[in-house]
Design a protein around this ligand. Sequence first.
Ligand SMILES: Nc1ncnc2c1ncn2[C@@H]1O[C@H](COP(=O)(O)OP(=O)(O)OP(=O)(O)O)[C@@H](O)[C@H]1O
Ligand SMILES: [Mg+2]
Length: 401
Amino acid sequence: MATSETRGAAVMTPTKGPDKAVAVRLENLSKTYPGTDVPAVDTLSLDIADGEVFTLLGPSGCGKTTTLRMVAGLEVPDQGDIYFGDREIVITERGRRVPPEKRNIGMVFQSYAIWPHMTVEQNVSFPLKTRHMGRGEIKDRVANVLELVGMPGLEKRPGPLLSGGQQQRVALARALVTEPRVLLLDEPFSNLDAKLREQMRAELKHLQQRLNIAVLFVTHDQIEALSLSTGIALMNLGVVQQRGHPRLLYEEPANEFVRDFVGKTALFKGEVRTANPSGQVAVAIGGAPDCVVFGRSYETGKLEDGREVYIAVRPEDLEIMAGDSGAAPSGTIGATVVTALFIGERLEYEVEVDGQSKIQVYGPRHAPFEETDRVWLKIRPEGHSVWPSDWSHVASINEDP
Ligand SMILES: Nc1ncnc2c1ncn2[C@@H]1O[C@H](COP(=O)(O)OP(=O)(O)OP(=O)(O)O)[C@@H](O)[C@H]1O
Ligand SMILES: [Mg+2]
């Protein structure tokens, strides 16, 4: 477990370069709900720059909504501070707390659908009316924001006569109409079907790039997180496990939780050939000693030559080829197909690797294998992650350790 010093040190470095202003800074936020003894959020620190989509990702109950609600002002942290730019929003020690309506945020929460008894215009203009804005300006702003979310001219449409996707866009328009500095989105697409979700994802990305505001996005859907975000904090049990660019979490997971939550993994047993201090490790795959591949480890100090390790390989970094009853050729490892699932764009196989365990591999549609077929597996030579076989602790390793 990382100490609070390492978390504190990491947060002082902006996630983007110095040219980008920090729009939101969360410092050591903690929250334990009354009647519970485990923190819902535990010393969480993050920086989000203008123009960034920062995603809180993690399993149900890991503290995503609680974090968002603290940023919105709907929940009071027990500890920690929140800044929007230079503005102090929450300073716990001094009892400073800007009320939600003065924070200049837009919110779309899963449970905050649009108001069904109102038209599109009434829904979107509501936050402006509460600010006593003039009618002319309200009309202009509503028209502009509807244009922005791709629903021009639908002002008079009653809420119930909208599709699910249109309702989500109205909710987004209502969140944007006040021109917030920060947009908070809590699982905004979770009610939509898969196709519409994909479309909304792309639209949100375009919209966000045009507006250049900071977005704090909550999801437990890793595809949404990987595709939309400039940065991700993967949380578990209220604690950030790793923070950084989506590629960093996918390609260099800080611990087993991150490795197994983000994407799929095939684990091979192997033996360290060489490990250099920068974290590159050469591993000979168990049962195929002339099959040597390279991976990254955060624990090179523990990886003396000959040490037994696991190497974690993403399924797309494995090639499956026709085999036979003989020995696997040099540089490959033998396996037997256990199940073959045709899923449209590819086949997904479960294979039993010789001398190892069962793993998942993808193969092309045009060269299918069947159950019990012998196959050879070729592992991409590099780009994997390496884990001591007794690895059990959870380290909190950030982008800037
Ligand atoms: N009002 C509350 N009172 C007590 N405990 C709460 C309350 N709200 C949330 N919790 C607890 O705090 C923890 C974090 O909850 P939170 O809603 O932040 O999770 P989440 O990551 O948003 O999960 P999900 O993906 O299911 O929405 C959970 O253990 C939850 O049971
Ligand atoms: Mg939630």
